[in-house]
Design a protein around this ligand. Structure first.
Ligand code: MG
Length: 353
């Protein structure tokens, strides 16, 4: 963080210098940079660790292990039904920490801003980030802003990094997955990807589809409590969708991942939008859905815990891990057949998060 004393007056920064828009001077490290940090970043993110504005936040040491993750957000458009790039940037990193069984605690935020970007829009995004951080119980403790010239980036890119605390005895990951484990998905799939497509105006389709962006830390805690050591792995099914996560698990564990098509929770409007675009909802991005891999003995308790949580009301057991077809994703069809699912080579929808 730039060390800056509060300016004597409080117009929006650069209101005179840039007509309410980001100028290269906002990234110069000079007075306008200081005003930007004071009036936008600190106004929205204020907390004791951040407000010291030192070169680094200092945080209390903890027992157990730390989880540390980072992600960068370039979603286009920046606002879409159900959320915006700021919420996504907080929830995305919070969820990656939570998938390791960690309690998310601290975040950093880095903004790359294009010259000409609207200060009012930046302020709105900062306000949603603060709200998302409060909802997730994390504190934004350090940050950075850089400005690039026109054409140097597409408006705004955001990086977040986060630290969470993993309780003693918790060890989640693909290395623990075993044949016979059950695959539980926490909610309906495909909403985020389709909401962004609708916001791009690429579908002439009247729909209410909204992104599912949400913090999953609370649900993850409940799943961990219900399953104990019977919870082997968790992952949020973001870019690449549920299918990509299952394929990653299968490859990492050298086991087959078998799902039953009729059990996949796909909302009808998402299915309709996917049909128009020729997409498989299995590979469409989510921002508030997780997959838990649990022992058969704990599957019912995990489902009950999910159903009791707002983010897990529509959770379903969609399949199981098998020893055959190591590294492959298999789909059981309504006709009783079993087919190997081809995983797309790349992201179906670019700049989805
Ligand atoms: Mg993830």
């Amino acid at each position: 963080m730039n060390r800056a004393k509060p300016p004597p007056s409080c117009p929006l920064p650069g209101a005179a210098a840039g007509n309410g828009r980001i100028t290269l001077a906002h990234g110069s490290g000079g007075r306008l940079s200081a005003e930007l940090i004071e009036r936008l970043v600190r106004r929205h993110f204020s907390n004791p660790a951040l407000d010291r504005l030192e070169d680094a936040a200092t945080l209390p040491a903890t027992s157990g292990r730390l989880a540390f993750s980072t992600d960068t957000f370039v979603v286009q458009p920046r606002f879409f039904p159900g959320g915006n790039i700021g919420e996504l940037a907080v929830n995305g990193t919070v969820n990656d920490l939570a998938m390791m069984g960690a309690r998310p605690r601290w975040l950093s935020v880095g903004f790359v801003l294009e010259e000409g970007f609207s200060l009012a829009e930046l302020e709105e995004i900062c306000a949603s980030m603060r709200q998302a951080a409060d909802n997730a119980g994390v504190t934004i403790v350090t940050g950075d802003t850089k400005v690039v010239g026109r054409g140097g980036c597409d408006g705004l890119f955001i990086n977040t990094a986060g630290i969470g605390v993993v309780p003693e005895g918790v060890d989640l990951g693909a290395h623990r997955i075993q044949a016979g484990d059950r695959l539980i998905v926490s909610g309906p799939i495909g909403s985020h990807g389709m909401a962004v497509m609708l916001a791009r105006g690429q579908l002439s389709f009247a729909s209410e589809i909204a992104s599912d962006t949400a913090p999953l830390a609370g649900l993850a805690v409940d799943i961990l409590r219900a399953a104990g050591s019977g919870l082997h792995a968790m992952r949020d099914a973001t870019r690449g969708g549920l299918g990509a996560v299952l394929a990653e698990f299968g490859r990492a564990a050298s086991l087959g991942m078998e799902i039953t098509e009729q059990r996949l929770p796909v909302p009808p409007d998402v299915q309709a939008a996917c049909d128009i675009l020729g997409l498989d909802p299995l590979f469409v991005a989510n921002e508030g859905v997780l997959v838990a891999v649990v022992t058969p003995e704990t599957a019912d308790a995990v489902l009950a815990a999910c159903h009791a949580h707002p983010q897990g009301r529509h959770a379903a057991c969609i399949g199981a891990v098998c020893a055959e077809h190591p590294g492959k994703l298999l789909r059981r069809t309504p006709f009783g057949g079993r087919q190997i699912v081809a995983v797309p080579a790349g992201e179906l929808l670019p700049r989805i998060c």
